[in-house]
Design a protein around this ligand. Sequence first.
Ligand SMILES: [Zn+2]
Length: 220
Amino acid sequence: MKKEKALVVFSGGQDSTTCLFWAQQQFGEVAAVTFNYNQRHKLELEVAENIARNLGIEHHQLDMSLLHQLAPTALTRSDIQIEEREGELPSTFVPGRNLLFLSFAAILAKQIGAKHIITGVCETDFSGYPDCRDIFIKSCNVTINLALDDQLVLHTPLMWLNKAQTWKLADDLGRLNYVREQTLTCYNGIAADGCGECPACKLRINGLHEYLKEKEGAAL
Ligand SMILES: [Zn+2]
């Protein structure tokens, strides 16, 4: 496994950046792919580009602007508010996004000779996205291999981790500060610790505090 090439689905956020470092530890060669789908913040693309350049990683950007046509939701349209209601899918939901992304990632992986695809999806902080579930990823892996007549492997190192454990993984990889300072998760487009108010920031900062507290406790 060590010598093979891997492709990371990469947004420049905490999760996919942690996956990038995980992949660097696991595989001989790592490339990244970022999907451009008219995100609210072009800054997200710049952040991804900067991190990839900074780490010297082969970086591909794929234009997925058609998602804008298909999914008029809060991540792609600035005129729609980000809301989360109990028991409903959040307004950031772009239906089928991962299905599309993983299909395109697989085609790219085949072209660049990558045998492994890594995605930072996670069932633990499950926000209602059905195509972030483990069962979907396994099904998608089978479908991709049938479609391409290949043996690609989808990896989801964060699938069963909560946010605190994802911070721990970054720390174990020796990259906690890098992930904290260089990535962008905030829905309001503020890098590093973010705005502190949006759902993404709250999840991220609460996880960080939980992890740092545990680490402090363990050190005493
Ligand atoms: Zn925020």
